[in-house]
Ligand binder design. Structure first.
Ligand SMILES: [Zn+2]
Length: 192
């Protein structure tokens, strides 16, 4: 499948756990991004939008997702798309290239229901502690450098995606002995 064209990503394009590409640190993307890379990111963003549209999701059997990294569609490229409504009801849409967390809070948060992943076809119970606030540097589709401050749910989603780009899965953060044990000596709160 050529990913440089406008195409519709479906679940068959999503790489699942066990595939070694999910454990690789992805390569930086050339900036400004090529037209091909821009189109790939737009296809990824559209997948997320489609997956959250009940009719389209049903028709194409899409699992709803809020974030998708390029290695999750088999591409070794440091970029991701995210599309979500946060815990304050604010809407977020990102297509970020070479993202990097440049600073973060001490305080941490977690989703009480745990995290899920389009590349993981099973429930993995446990708390995934994430920084409550992060500042991210990245490039947008035009190659413009951005600095974005995120908190709450959006911060969690973006950390999940940047982890993917570093070969890290969400369950790597779950305590091995007790999946519901949280880090000690750090303030950690449930998001909801
Ligand atoms: Zn994931």
């Amino acid at each position: 499948m050529s990913k440089g064209r406008k195409i519709m990503i479906t679940m068959k394009d999503i790489v699942r756990e066990g595939n070694p590409i999910l454990r690789k640190v992805t390569n930086d993307v050339a900036v400004p991004p090529s037209e091909e890379d821009q189109q790939i990111l737009l296809n990824m963003l559209q997948f997320l939008k489609n997956s959250q549209d009940p009719e389209i999701a049903k028709r194409y059997k899409l699992r709803p997702g809020v974030g998708l990294s390029a290695n999750q569609i088999g591409l070794n490229k440091r970029m991701f798309a995210a599309y979500l409504t946060d815990d304050k009801g604010r809407y977020h849409e990102y297509t970020l290239i070479n993202p990097k967390i440049i600073s973060h809070s001490v305080n941490m948060i977690y989703l009480p229901q745990g995290e899920g992943c389009l590349s993981v076809d099973r429930q993995v119970p446990g708390f995934v502690p994430r920084y409550e606030r992060i500042k991210v540097s990245a490039y947008d589709l035009k190659g413009t450098k951005l600095e974005i401050k995120l908190k709450g749910y959006a911060s969690i989603v973006v950390q999940h995606e940047i982890d993917h780009l570093n070969g890290i899965m969400f369950y790597d953060h779950i305590n091995k002995e007790d999946p519901f044990k949280l880090p000690e000596n750090i303030p950690v709160e449930s998001l909801y």
